[in-house]
Each structure stands twice: as C-alpha cells, then as structure tokens.
Design a protein around this ligand. Structure first.
Ligand SMILES: Nc1ncnc2c1ncn2[C@@H]1O[C@H](COP(=O)(O)OP(=O)(O)O)[C@@H](O)[C@H]1O
Ligand SMILES: [Mg+2]
Length: 238
C-alpha cells in the first residue's frame, strides 16, 4: 500500500492566457486506488495533470498532498515526493535505446544497485522490453512504446503515477494489455490517477472517478455510480 497521503485538488481554476480551462475542480486521489478522470478531447484532462506537476500555475485553488500544500511546488520536487507522470503521447526518446529510456526514468536515483533492481522489476513486468533492450525507442511499435513509457515511469519507483491517455492511438489488443498493466502496477501498491477518454476500459479497472466536461466536474463516484450516471450515459454510451 502506498505511503503517500491522499492527493487533493481543491477548487482549482486554471487556464492559458485568457482562456479558462479548469473551473472550480476538486478531486481526491486516495492512496492505493485507481482514480480516473474521464473527459473528451479538450475537456481539460492534461491541464489538470499539468497543474499537479506545477507545469501550469493555477489561478486559484490548492493542490494538497495530505496536509502539505504542494501548489506551485517545482516539478522536480513533486517528482521527488513520489509522483511520476506518464505523459500524453508517451514521449519516448526515439534516438535512445530501450534501456537508456528506462534509465532516464530513474534520474533522481543515485544508487546503481537500486537502479539495477528497478530495471529487473520493469523487465519482469514487461519481458518484451528486456528482449528489446538495445533497440531504439523510435523503432518500437505504438504498443511497445506505451509499455516503454510506463516502464520509464516505474523506474522512478513512484508511489503515485499520473497516466495521461495511455490508450490513445493504440490498437484494441494493446489497449487491453495497457490497462491490464496499469491494474497490475496498482496491485503492486502504486496509487494511480488515470486520465482517459476510453470509458469502458477505464471503468473496468478504476475504483473511483470523475467526469470532466469543459473543465468542470459534472459527475463523480465509484465506477458503478459513474456507469449509471446520466451525464456519463449521455456523453459516452449514447
Ligand atoms: N499550452 C496551451 N495554450 C493555450 N491553450 C491550451 C494549451 N494547452 C491546452 N490548451 C487548451 O485548453 C483546453 C484543454 O486542453 P487539455 O487540458 O489539453 O484537454 P484534454 O487533455 O482533456 O484534451 C483546450 O481547449 C486546449 O485547446
Ligand atoms: Mg490531453
């Protein structure tokens, strides 16, 4: 079980220049669970993750880690608190090998032995990455790059992973594999905040969640409640 306390966004307003993107967003990410944010394109999902990482400064509102106010805490210190991000579009380094990509994820770790242990753990979860250890990231398939980006995140030994639209652009087979891996990582004790458009697969693995529409939380609850929710029904199930 994760030792990281609950992450909380409290009445967050955020945006870019004159554009308001997030309006009064409050969410909780309880330790040990998979919390999801469902929202269509442009609803503000990535902005929400950027706010947690202090890549976007909120206009108002707070980000809490337990009773610690981490609003605006420099990104490397947010990472240092045990929070890793698997970015939208995966952002694999194309000219680096699989192994080198993975090492980047462990950039904060000084101990060579710890890095070796983590590499073994990642190879254990993703045998395919071990097989391809010397291959350049850019020559991996989309599904393999998805695995690599998650593996790179794991190399930080995070207690909380922020995962931004992992299913984007993947074939159904790899979508399923990716969500299975996320579930497995959670079972290993990592708290997950999963941001997605793929409602069916996400609700199949998440414990709780929120629905964002045009930057506002319009529904929240456990996955059963979300599935039954009228807004969700209308937006996603037709
Ligand atoms: N760097 C930026 N500058 C200006 N507007 C942006 C920027 N990034 C995102 N936006 C706008 O903010 C809104 C929300 O975007 P985003 O958070 O990326 O949504 P999502 O991840 O749900 O697709 C969109 O209207 C998008 O065009
Ligand atoms: Mg996005």
């Amino acid at each position: 079980m994760s030792k990281l306390p609950e992450l909380r966004l409290e009445n967050i307003h955020a945006g870019y220049d004159k554009a308001d993107v997030l309006t009064d967003v409050s969410i909780r990410v309880p330790p040990g669970k998979i919390t999801c944010i469902l929202g269509s394109n442009g609803s503000g999902k990535t902005t929400l993750i950027r706010t947690i990482l202090s890549l976007t400064e909120p206009r108002s509102g707070k980000v809490w880690l337990g009773d610690r106010d981490i609003t605006g805490l420099p990104t490397h210190l947010v990472n240092g608190a045990g929070i890793a991000c698997i970015p939208e579009g995966r952002k694999v380094f194309p000219k680096m090998t699989v192994r080198e990509n993975l090492y980047v994820g462990a950039y904060r770790e000084k101990s060579k032995a710890a890095i070796r242990d983590r590499l073994e753990q990642v190879y254990d979860i993703f045998p395919r990455l071990k097989e391809r250890t010397g291959q350049l990231g850019g020559t991996m398939s989309g599904g393999e790059q998805a695995m690599l980006s998650i593996g790179r995140g794991l190399m930080a030994a995070p207690q909380l992973m922020l995962i931004d639209e992992p299913s984007l652009g993947l074939s159904p087979r790899f979508v399923k594999e990716t969500f299975n891996v996320i579930q497995r990582i959670n079972e290993l004790g990592v708290t997950v905040l999963l941001v997605e458009q793929n409602v069916h697969q996400t609700l199949a693995v998440a414990h709780f969640g929120y629905v964002l529409m045009q930057g506002r939380v319009v529904a929240q609850g456990d996955t059963e409640q979300l599935r039954a929710n009228a807004e969700v029904q209308q937006a996603y199930f037709g």
